[in-house]
Design a protein around this ligand. Structure first.
Ligand code: GUN
Length: 295
């Protein structure tokens, strides 16, 4: 068997097209332009790349896009003051503070300072609680799991009744919200993590296998149930001596070549979940702007 490759780039483009159209409608009907503010503290090169692609994407959707580049030595109080300013700014509907933050800043405190209705990362306790209690109509849901769900829907439809799902990884950003979204869609869900015994055997029970552990090519082809849908959330940079000295390449948390032989469908890395994350950020910002009108 050769798995279907799930084209996250194409699905993300479709979503961005829809968001752009809905943003134009919101502007025409209510005079509201969705506004996204992205804050970055320090000069971590990977974070800089992510943040500038988020800002560019927002502008391409017709959004009002603001980027605040703050120096590494910014104090927690100054960052909190910036968040408070953006909370009060009526032209801004979504606020994202890029993580990780420098060690002298308490990231939890900063996240909880963001107004829940502008929390387009979905990390505020209010949004976490809404998702956990199934209030997905008004919750802002974290972008990576929300985007992963759209890819799962594309393959298996919206109702996952009768399906077994295993999420490997228990982070607040991916694993836990992914669990809640799969449960809401009626899947029977298990979260596995570094303390789970016999992970390969558990993974082999999964009709839907979500890998979010941050370990390159950790999940092998023979851990996958034949025909399963495999969603690879990992983005890991590894050495690629075959490309030349000092070269690197990006791989996921799943052994892709192995997965292709066994799975029914699999997301590639890059080009799978990654593009969906940024597209979902745009969708969340639009949603926050729409909800600012409808209340
Ligand atoms: N850093 C890595 N992933 C994320 C994310 O989803 N949101 C934020 N704010 N920072 C990140």
């Amino acid at each position: 068997m050769t798995a279907t490759v799930i084209d996250g780039k194409a699905r993300a483009e479709d979503l961005v097209t829809e968001v752009t159209q809905r943003a134009a409608k919101l502007r025409a009907e209510h005079g509201v332009i969705p506004g996204l503010a992205v804050i970055i503290v320090g000069s971590d090169p990977a974070s800089q790349i992510y943040v500038s692609s988020k800002s560019r994407r927002a502008a391409a959707c017709g959004f009002h896009s603001v980027q605040r580049d703050l120096p590494e030595e910014t104090s927690e109080a100054d960052l909190l003051a910036e968040v408070v300013r953006l909370n009060a700014d009526p032209t801004i509907h979504g606020i994202l503070v890029q993580l990780p933050l420098p060690r002298h800043i308490d990231a939890g405190k900063v996240i909880q300072a963001i107004a829940p209705e502008k929390d387009v990362d979905g990390f505020h306790f209010i949004n976490v609680g809404k998702l956990g209690t199934g209030e997905t109509e008004t919750a802002l849901v974290p972008c990576t799991p929300a985007g992963s769900m759209l890819l799962i829907e594309k393959v298996l439809g919206k109702d996952l009744s009768g399906k077994t799902a295993v999420v490997v990884g228990r982070s607040n950003i991916v694993g836990k919200p992914m669990f809640n979204l799969l449960l809401k869609a009626n899947a029977t869900v298990t979260i596995a993590h570094s303390r789970t015994p016999d992970l390969p055997a558990l993974c082999r029970t999964a009709d839907i296998l979500v890998a979010a552990i941050g370990k390159p090519e950790f999940i092998k082809g023979d851990w996958i149930k034949p025909g399963a849908a495999v969603i690879d959330v990992g983005i890991n940079r590894i050495d690629a001596p075959e490309k030349g000295e000092g070269k690197t390449r990006i791989v996921g948390d799943v052994d892709y070549a192995g997965a292709l032989k066994v799975a029914g469908a699999v997301t590639p890395v890059p080009g799978g979940v990654g593009p969906m994350t940024i597209a979902m950020l745009m969708a969340n910002t639009l949603r926050a702007a729409e909800q600012s009108v409808t209340g």
